[in-house]
Ligand binder design. Structure first.
Ligand code: ATP
Length: 529
């Protein structure tokens, strides 16, 4: 019995052991399966993450395909040490907040540096030649006040501020200040601009800052001989260029951009749209890598369509916005009048408007008339001449010499009437333009904001008178928004076309709109080489 018991016990225990063993095995198997499952999941998650990362890297690389692959730390001399002055430190915080509020300043500052705006020129330590050149002005404009501390700290900046608000010196002063503090020779600063006239204007402004220095600069643009530009490039530290001519010189091996570590895209949204994208990539790829370069983009209009592309060329930029600029906004000092008329009445109406705006005490007021296409400009030019007007014309069919002469006559006041296409819409700073007349509405609402921005500059007021016809009805919604945003009257006749903006269907926002008949004339505007 005892033996049997013992046997049973042994059997029992062996059964238990076996059971236990089986259970352990089962547990192990389950555990392993679980682990495998988890590993598999982790692996696939990791792979997904890696794929995503690779994809992003590839995409970034694709866009910046020609960027050099040199070292990654931002070590060049532009990483200067900006120190907030005691004078600025001592300003009560409430005063700073009042300034930011009054000027509708918004700053997106990824590193949370919270640099204070410069309320006076004396609150910043600039190289004496630069300090002297800007002392002609009473104080920095808001875009200068807010962006200089970041630019002088070596940060990338996107600056969005209304037309005529001093953006040229906002990027020009830190650029010249950098060059003057720089020991090495060679081309270091490059400013890109969409039109020849604007490139020349930026160049003239920089020359004012360089007047009392031994630094040379050069303007590179098409329509004139290359040789003079090539000669000047040998000594220049700063170049202002239109993309087409610059690419021309690059392809011929006549310009070396490998030392450029301060890069400005003026009218940045235009520079990044489809018309210029390829040239811009080609040029930027020849400058220093973005990790060693300070990249600046300044503009009055900053549509969503170009923001992603912009970020590819920049290192976590600080974004400085003056005014409510998330919506497309016009300068509020400009009185905007919009008249809806029959397209056949346009030219008769133009003559009436000129009589109205250039009469009596205002007879010498400067008036700028915009047409849409060269052909139209030529026709209207002869209409005006037939009616006894002396008119300065600026459009793409004229030689550069003719364009420069016309602009010069209008700037100096020798001729008080200028007729232009959109080559003159952006950036041109012409003193005392009292009235802008849009004889034909431009292709985009952005262009409208730039065109009317030729008046009401540097704190002055101005009038923009727009003739609107049914041919442009697809832009009525965008125009209504701009008028409302600047507290202007929205005419009933315009509302009849519809007060809502249509969606844009193509990233070349300047040229294509969804469900919209752009008419026979809707071709892309060609800008300059
Ligand atoms: N701190 C300042 N105080 C007063 N006027 C200034 C100051 N800085 C620049 N200006 C003047 O303001 C005018 C407009 O400046 P600028 O041409 O730079 O405008 P902008 O913002 O680039 O305009 P746009 O968007 O049309 O290109 C110029 O005549 C310039 O000399």
């Amino acid at each position: 019995m005892a033996k049997e018991d013992k046997k049973r016990k042994v059997e029992d225990s062996s059964e238990v052991v076996e059971k236990k063993f089986k259970k352990e095995k089962k547990d192990k198997k389950e555990k392993k399966e679980k682990k495998d499952k988890k590993d598999k999941k982790d692996k696939s998650e990791k792979k997904e993450k890696k794929d995503k990362k690779d994809k992003k890297e590839k995409k970034d690389k694709k866009v910046e395909s020609t960027e050099s692959t040199e070292s990654t730390s931002k070590t060049s001399s532009f990483s200067t040490t900006y120190v907030q002055s005691d004078d600025l430190n001592n300003v009560p915080e409430s005063e700073i907040q009042d300034y930011l509020k009054k000027n509708e300043v918004a700053v997106e500052d990824p590193e949370k540096l919270n640099l204070r705006p410069l309320l006076k020129f004396s609150q910043v330590d600039l190289v004496s030649e630069v300090q002297k050149a800007i002392s002609q002005f009473p104080s920095p404009t808001p875009i200068q006040a807010v962006s200089w501390p970041y630019l002088l700290s070596g940060k990338d900046v996107v600056g969005v501020a209304e037309t005529g608000s001093g953006k040229t010196f906002a990027f020009g002063v830190p650029a010249v200040n950098y060059i003057l503090g720089e020991q090495k020779k060679g081309l270091k600063v490059l400013c890109l601009s969409p039109t020849r006239e604007l490139a020349l204007q930026i160049y003239d402004n920089l020359e004012l800052l360089l007047k009392e220095t031994n630094i040379s600069s050069v303007a590179i643009y098409g329509g004139v001989s290359k040789q003079d530009q090539i000669d000047k490039l040998k000594y220049a530290s700063i170049a202002v260029a239109t993309p087409g001519r610059l690419v021309d010189l690059l392809e011929d091996g006549l310009v070396d951009l490998s030392g450029v570590d301060y890069l400005v895209l003026d009218e940045a949204d235009r520079m990044l749209d489809k018309g210029f994208e390829e040239h811009i990539k080609q040029i930027i790829g020849k400058t220093k890598h973005k990790s060693e370069r300070q990249t600046l983009m300044f503009t009055a209009t900053w549509p969503k369509e170009v923001r992603e592309l912009a970020s590819v060329f920049m290192n976590d930029p600080v974004k400085v916005t003056i005014g409510e600029r998330d919506e497309l906004a016009a300068n509020k000092r400009i009185t905007q009048i919009v008249e809806v008329i029959d397209p056949r009445e346009k030219e008769k109406k133009l003559l009436q408007l000129l009589r109205k705006y250039q009469s009596g005490a205002n007879k010498n007021d400067k008036v700028l008339v915009f047409a849409l296409y060269k052909k139209e400009a030529l026709r209207v030019e002869s209409l005006l001449q037939r009616n006894g007007y002396s008119v300065a014309a600026v459009h793409g069919d004229l030689t550069q010499q003719q364009r420069s002469n016309a602009l010069g006559r209008f700037k100096s006041g020798d001729c008080t009437l200028m007729l232009a296409t959109d080559v003159a819409a952006r950036g041109l700073d012409i003193p005392n333009v009292k009235v802008v007349i849009n004889l034909t509405f431009p292709l985009t609402a952005e262009d409208y904001v730039h065109r009317i921005g030729r008046t009401g500059r540097a704190g002055q007021t101005g009038i923009a008178h727009t003739l609107f016809t049914e041919h442009e009805k697809h832009l009525s919604g965008a125009l209504c928004n701009i008028l409302r945003g600047a507290n202007q009257n929205v005419p009933e006749e315009l509302l009849k076309f519809g007060g809502h903006t249509k969606k844009k269907a193509h990233s070349a926002y300047g040229a294509f709109f969804k469900d919209v008949d752009m008419g026979k004339t809707a071709k892309k505007i060609k800008f300059d080489d």
